[in-house]
Design a protein around this ligand. Sequence first.
Ligand SMILES: Nc1nc2c(ncn2[C@@H]2O[C@H](COP(=O)(O)OP(=O)(O)O)[C@@H](O)[C@H]2O)c(=O)[nH]1
Ligand SMILES: [Mg+2]
Length: 283
Amino acid sequence: MTEPSLLLLIPAYNEEQRIEPVLRDYGLYFQEHYRGKFQLVVVLNGCRDNTLGAVQRVAAGFPFISALEFKEAIGKGGALIEGLKLAPLADLIGYVDADGASPPRAFHDLVKRTKDADGVIGSRWLRGAVLHEAQTRLRRFTSRCFHVIVEVLFWMHVKDTQCPCKVMRRAAVEKIHASLRIADLAFDVNLLVSLKRAGFSVLEVPTEWTDKMGSKVTSSLFRASITMFLSVVRLRLVYSPLYRWLRPLRPLEGWIYRKLRAPQPRSAGHLSPKSDTGIDSLD
Ligand SMILES: Nc1nc2c(ncn2[C@@H]2O[C@H](COP(=O)(O)OP(=O)(O)O)[C@@H](O)[C@H]2O)c(=O)[nH]1
Ligand SMILES: [Mg+2]
């Protein structure tokens, strides 16, 4: 039995030290266990180390691994928005982090569940999740605060919007792509809100997780948290009638993101002209 063609995106920023064994692990696993076409694209931007060299070393041994590089500081969300433009290449498109926190079989488990839903997302906060190494206490605390904020704003009942192990059917990605605007780490909320608003089903399943040393988020947690808060409030406003009245505040918003050293939310100009969610008309 063959499985659907699969495209896995891995966003990477200064991952020279961590990414190589992870790519080999994914390469070997999918070569051996996946009965369908598999492609892995690392999406990097503005790296100050030789992440690209590390990816190329692995790609030399695995023809289905490649890199997509951007010079600009487009952020993790921006990198995924760019990567998701490759959706026409595969039946299923997903992403995981570059540090190997999600093992290949955990991603494969999600892929197997795409029979049941348009989007399948891993969760560290559902009963049955296997946490070989949990996130730090501080990260878990901020995660739950963020969860409450997201729940109050969007009422999606998703326990772990932020787990970076997700896979979607191509039709869903193509339909919502134009409404993906958040370039920072709150990108996942943008993705889930767009899927749900467009009527796609999202299945949250317990996953396997090993938290890794060397997180760039933990090292700038305060700034990252403020940015994510700002981005989800902004996203909520985008979907409210108030949004058009807030247009004069755009320069202030740009200034705040710059001060936070966070990637600016994308504008309609970055993306395909037509949106199915009505956001374009508001930009
Ligand atoms: N392309 C790209 N990837 C990023 C950026 N910031 C973070 N990442 C990637 O996002 C993933 C999560 O980062 P990490 O530091 O492990 O965060 P944590 O696991 O949430 O603590 C990793 O794969 C990073 O390389 C960015 O600005 N651009
Ligand atoms: Mg990590």
